[in-house]
Design a protein around this ligand. Structure first.
Ligand SMILES: [Zn+2]
Ligand SMILES: [Zn+2]
Length: 344
């Protein structure tokens, strides 16, 4: 099969012919229909993710059609499926409690197992996968494996956003845009923060109530002024110290910070603990979404309660993926790229 292999960190991906994946006994092989290009991939590509080494195949936001099913698989050849990026084992106490996104034995294709920047991907623990609605385009569905589901879980489970609350969103990449669209659906007021004016304008056109340019304003002060004392919930969607501090500092007393952005490197950063302590904030980490939450989310999208199509800015070919990753080292344009042409 054709695959985009990480030859060396920070170098263009190598388009190579590699062996087709072997089908796991407890899972399936998917013919990849689409795979999103995510900032987490960028961390892997730069050497900033502990599980990504040269020779690996990235790609964790995928959907596709089953071409082979193992003897213990739940799904069958021909099934059109979407995967949460964290594949919980299904049997440990965390999985059995419904929190498979926290499973310690989870497999994550693209981070420690071959990913979906390829024509085929092996997916163990296929009980995590769900059927894709016929009406949903693969490019949109691919984003559901990571950004949309992560944002949904951050808002509805971790920070428990309520209608009428102010939600601040730091970073308007894939996670940030998803969080904006979903928070608006939940009835929240949303202020977005970025350093790229074009992305702020894009977010405003998609329903954001206010926007703050971090290169021009003191973000935390601007948000406290806009919201009359601070946001109730703040979503950190980048993973760096500057946005983490802006997030805790922009919150109202008893506010909830939810940390979605993956910290790079060893993860150490200096955080304003006085803001957390004196305002008695909650600080939530979050990662992924358990697969059982998919059906309700997919139903809401299918019913048209939220339109996530503005998230997909570009459909690209496999050989363009390296350039998309390289572009993330600077300011990026609005929306996200999804690989939909796996053959070229
Ligand atoms: Zn991702
Ligand atoms: Zn488990």
């Amino acid at each position: 099969m054709r695959a985009a292999v990480l030859g060396e960190f920070n170098q263009d991906l190598c388009i190579e012919t590699v062996a087709d994946p072997e089908c796991p006994d407890n899972g399936v092989v998917l013919e990849v229909a689409a795979c999103g290009v995510c900032r987490s991939d960028y961390h892997g590509w730069t050497g900033g993710h502990p599980k990504v080494r040269p020779g690996d195949i990235l790609g964790h936001e995928y959907c596709g059609t089953v071409v082979e099913a193992g003897p213990q698989a739940r799904h069958r050849a021909g099934d059109r499926l979407i995967a949460p990026f964290i594949l919980g084992c299904g049997t440990c106490p965390l999985c059995q409690a419904g929190t498979s996104n926290a499973c310690e034995g989870a497999v994550v294709p693209g981070f420690g197992a071959p990913g979906a920047y390829a024509q085929y991907v092996a997916v163990p623990y296929d009980h995590n996968l769900v059927h894709l609605p016929d009406t949903m385009a693969p490019a949109l569905a691919a984003g559901l494996g990571c950004r949309v589901t992560t944002a949904w879980h951050a808002l509805t489970d971790r920070s428990q956003v309520r209608a009428g609350e102010w939600v601040a969103i730091h970073g308007t990449g894939g996670i940030g845009l998803s969080a904006l669209l979903l928070a608006k659906m939940l009835g929240a007021q949303v202020v977005v923060v970025d350093v790229v004016e074009e992305k702020l304008a894009h977010a405003l056109s998609l329903g954001a109530d206010a926007a703050v340019n971090a290169t021009k304003e003191d973000v935390a002060q601007a948000i406290r002024d806009l919201t009359g004392g601070g946001a109730q919930v703040s979503v950190e969607a980048l993973g760096i110290a500057q946005t983490t501090n802006a997030s805790v500092e922009c919150l109202a007393t008893l506010g909830r910070h939810v940390h979605v952005g993956m910290p790079s490197g060893d993860g150490m950063m200096t955080v304003n603990m006085r803001a957390i302590y004196s305002k008695q904030l909650a600080f939530y980490g979050t990662r992924g979404m358990p697969g059982w939450k998919y059906p309700r989310l997919l139903d809401m999208i299918a019913r048209g309660e939220v339109d996530l199509s503005p998230m997909v800015a570009r459909e690209i070919s496999l050989s363009d993926a390296g350039a998309e990753l390289a572009a993330m080292s600077g300011p990026t344009s609005p929306g996200t790229a999804v690989i939909t042409d796996l053959a070229s």
